[in-house]
Design a binder for this molecule. Structure first.
Ligand code: HEC
Ligand code: HEC
Length: 367
């Protein structure tokens, strides 16, 4: 008998320690926990706010809202706009425009290139956008509505519009327990969806996991990337994210207006010319590079680091070759580095149906 109750005790202990699979209860409403993939060599710490746990219902709602052009509070085909209009899955969630910039509903061009949605759930510091300054993904979603170069509307109009579309109130009930639609709930659902966008199956990942070998040129590129010779790893070398997630000045200019860089947020002169170091995942799918899109090809980017560096007192000390104008790679080294950058393209990620427009979402307008 003692043995049985001991076993029962163990059984109950195991049962109650399996928290991960337990339903998540939000205001007495039962939802299903969403399981993120847990690729090894990825950070274990996730950037998920305590008041917005990931649920299957929330992610589903977020996916519909993300792709619904009526989210900007308009019903006419020529003035609707969704997140997808600037963040396109086939491009790794950046814009397909040749400038790399977004064009808002009023035709105003965004001051900066569109940033990709990739592995944002691992962003350790609460800093979003090129200059930082936005603390959470939920904050980013909320600001999209009011920006003139994005949705150019108000939260009230957006909430009213979504509320008037019959599919949504029941989906809010599933996700949050009641049919009430608020801007906070809209932002939470979309942020949940964006947090599911994890890329971990590029050829580079398969190589890291010893599943495939790279070509000799790609291997040579990898060795350059990871060594002082090409000097990329200091800032982009972290294998899961391909960014150290810091703000850096990578020696492009000598004069700084300080109006759109990290300085514009912190007011610290040490931050002149610093921008967020972007992830290089799916980088080959971009049309324009850097916050201002000044480089139009990866070849131009490599030329910049190789012999285009501009010195100033604000250049990051990790730009070790700035005094020499760059790392001075040979043509064949540049070709090898380019071949390696191409291994970051994740075909599974850009074709994953879970990240695409829900097939039954009908807005009555083309995408
Ligand atoms: C008109 C184009 C446009 C639309 C529409 C748009 N975005 Fe963006 N997005 C951008 C641009 C441009 C940036 C870079 C902003 C900057 O720092 O200047 C950006 C940045 C972001 C970032 C920051 C990524 C990072 O790494 O810090 C997130 C997240 C994001 N957008 C999510 C969304 C979501 C969600 C929607 C829909 C609610 C949306 N965007 C709609 C153009 C757009
Ligand atoms: C000192 C840190 C640092 C080093 C070293 C560095 N980078 Fe960067 N990289 C950055 C920053 C910061 C940006 C964004 C700058 C901006 O937007 O103005 C960037 C941007 C890029 C971009 C553009 C990505 C995009 O989405 O627009 C590419 C590609 C790139 N780097 C590749 C490399 C390669 C290849 C190397 C090695 C040859 C390298 N970087 C070395 C910090 C660095």
């Amino acid at each position: 008998m003692r043995k049985i109750s001991y076993l029962l005790f163990i059984f109950l202990l195991v049962l109650f320690s399996c928290k991960r699979d337990e339903p998540i209860v939000i205001d007495d409403h039962v939802t299903t926990p969403f399981k993120l993939p847990n690729p090894r060599y990825f950070p274990t710490e996730l950037n998920i706010p305590a008041d917005n746990p990931m649920t299957v219902e929330g992610v589903k709602l977020g996916r519909y809202l993300y792709y619904d052009g009526r989210l900007n509070g308009r019903f006419h085909c020529d003035s609707m706009q969704s997140c997808y209009s600037c963040h396109q899955q086939e491009r790794g969630f950046v814009s397909k425009n040749s400038s790399g910039k977004g064009i808002g509903v009023k035709g105003i061009i965004s001051p900066h290139t569109v940033m990709p949605h990739v592995n944002l759930v691992y962003r350790s510091e609460p800093t979003f956008a090129w200059a930082g300054g936005l603390a959470t993904l939920e904050d980013v979603v909320k600001i999209v509505f009011s920006l003139d170069f994005e949705f150019a509307t108000t939260h009230e109009i957006a909430v009213e519009t979504i509320n008037s579309i019959s599919i949504y109130p029941p989906m809010f009930k599933d996700a949050f327990g009641t049919e009430e639609i608020t801007i906070d709930r809209i932002a939470k659902a979309i942020a949940q969806f964006v947090r599911t966008m994890i890329s971990y199956n590029s050829r580079f990942d398969q190589f890291v996991r010893h599943e495939i070998n790279l070509t000799p040129a790609e291997i040579r590129g990898y060795e350059l990337f990871m060594s002082e010779k090409a000097d990329c790893f200091h800032c982009h070398g972290e294998p899961a994210l391909l960014t150290g997630s810091l703000f850096m000045n990578n020696a492009k200019d000598s004069l700084f207006a300080g109006d759109d860089d990290r300085f514009s947020v912190t007011g610290d002169p040490a931050d002149y010319g610093k921008y967020f170091t972007p992830s290089l995942r799916n980088v080959a799918l971009r049309n324009a590079f850097m916050h201002d899109g000044r480089f139009k090809s990866l070849e131009e980017v490599i030329d910049h680091y190789s012999h285009g560096l501009v010195n100033s007192p604000y250049v990051d000390p990790l730009m070790k070759y700035v005094a020499f104008g760059g790392t001075q790679l040979t043509e064949s080294e540049k070709a090898d580095l380019l071949a390696f950058l191409n291994t970051f393209t994740d075909d599974q990620f850009i074709n994953n149906p879970d990240f695409s427009k829900p097939p039954d979402l009908k807005t009555g307008c083309p995408d």
